[in-house]
Design a protein around this ligand. Sequence first.
Ligand code: GDP
Ligand code: PGA
Ligand code: MN
Ligand code: MN
Length: 576
Amino acid sequence: MPASGSRLAALNDWVDEVAALTRPDRIHWCDGSDGEYAALVAGMLADGTLIELNQDTHPGCYLHRSDPDDVARVEHLTFVCTRERDDAGPNNHWMAPDEAHAKVDALFEGCMRGRTLYVVPYCMGPIDSPLARCGVEITDSPYVVANMRLMTRTGAAALARIEREGAQGKPFVRGLHSTGELDPDRRFIMHFPEELSIKSYGSGYGGNALLGKKCHALRIASWQARREGWLAEHMLILGLESPEGKTHYVAAAFPSACGKTNLAMLIPPEEYRRKGWKVHTIGDDICWMHPGEDGRLWAINPEAGYFGVAPGTSATTNPNALATIRRDTIFTNVALTADNQPWWEGLDDRVPALDWQGRPYDPANGPAAHPNSRFTVSAKQCPSYSPRAEDARGVPISAIVFGGRRATLMPLVFEARDWAHGVRVGASMGSETTAAATGQTGVMRRDPMAMKPFCGYHFGDYFAHWLSFDRPGAKLPRIFHVNWFRKGSDGRFLWPGFGENMRVLEWIVGRVEGRHAARDSGVGLLPLEGAIVSPDCAADALAAVTGFDETRWPAEQAEIAGHMEAYRERLPAQLG
Ligand code: GDP
Ligand code: PGA
Ligand code: MN
Ligand code: MN
């Protein structure tokens, strides 16, 4: 059992410390190589963690069936453990750091007996980018190691950067994970932002267990970003190239399962493609934005893969995603066809043979694929993946878009009047809950900047931080709000969405370039009549979805004021 595998004493000491607590049989330092991945997969096929999919249609693709009680993020078991309770804010569950360590260390004690402890060094962001940050995840789950390899830049290059930075006294984020017994009563996702560390026990689900993603790149990074003057956000990043060859980069924050991956991979309608419009994908979930010397916000995608929602993904809704996941993909909790192909609701009209739990498919048991079933895949496989995603400087952001799942009131698109108004729009965001987190779905809740589950500190401080970017010399992006999910009285979506969302993107960059006029309303600046039309949206539906019902605005404003009240103690005056 090699006790040390790195040139960095701090890392070796921590691995030794964790091994003394968790008592693994073996320690494996991950190098991120193809051979290592192949060996992990072979082991998981042998012990049933993975099931081989049809290799003729889906080479290199595997299915993982999770414990049926471990299918989503667990917000009620997720804690931010700051010394001062108020620093975590009313938006987080809080536990005192000493108490949290004691509670979770008791669970970690001896939990890796008979198992292998994997050390996974990773880099969030291009390996040579000054905006990128590193971490090390220790886990006893080969499924987590394999997913981390697809989702982040793992292995030797990351370890070399961690050692180099460590020699200069720069810390790495320490994440400790064990799947434990998968007992929902013995499950905690603990964050210690002041120590730059994470302890996650009792879940193998992506958002709880792939610690580079939500735990590091959002909760810990948002805390660091506030201290260091940047932003860590729950946003996709796309490049929209016009027929003239000019590319605007757009970052958009929608809550989980509200359309980020789909928008990031959008294929424009035929008439746009003919003219030369193109969408380039930079990222589909997380965006780190830093003010540059030119006053603009420069963004990187800290991730290297997609952990996407499977249901609803089809050749008509998201052909780029479908092309991406035809090979070398790990599917979690999808259904199977009779010939062992992955299947989910909305894919096509075949009838699956087995549901996500491996039972013969019976509609009486509910959907065949779990509503939060996922695919994990390297971003490089996406046909629209932008080479600029590897650019160490990042990309300059022209527009920020907020959006939620709102059946009523919120129009298809509007623009904020200025930065401060835009921050207020983001801070007031509402959205109906989805299957990405355990609990009831379809319930309207406030989800500021889509960061309710992910902001590692007090929302009052977070809103103030956002406002602070408006300073002399800043060339800030314009801020917009969209809603693809307005419903008519028949309960159906009014707007066709998906590729048709190109028409909204075109209006947004048109506003940035001063090509489109707008009219003011209570909620913000709306498109003029006829500025956005779609062949798939009838005139009355279009009028309903693009318009704003001023009579319902006072009630919404009163509700927003009630929501802000929770953050009163630290709420900036501009949002009061
Ligand atoms: P993410 O979790 O924010 O990345 O959301 P996804 O892009 O994975 O989408 C989540 C769900 O919303 C999927 O079932 C999609 O098919 C669906 N969806 C995405 N975009 C749209 C849209 O424009 N209109 C409608 N009606 N549904 C959408
Ligand atoms: P999503 O990412 O935003 O793509 O759903 C996972 C999550 O937020 O749990
Ligand atoms: Mn997300
Ligand atoms: Mn997504």
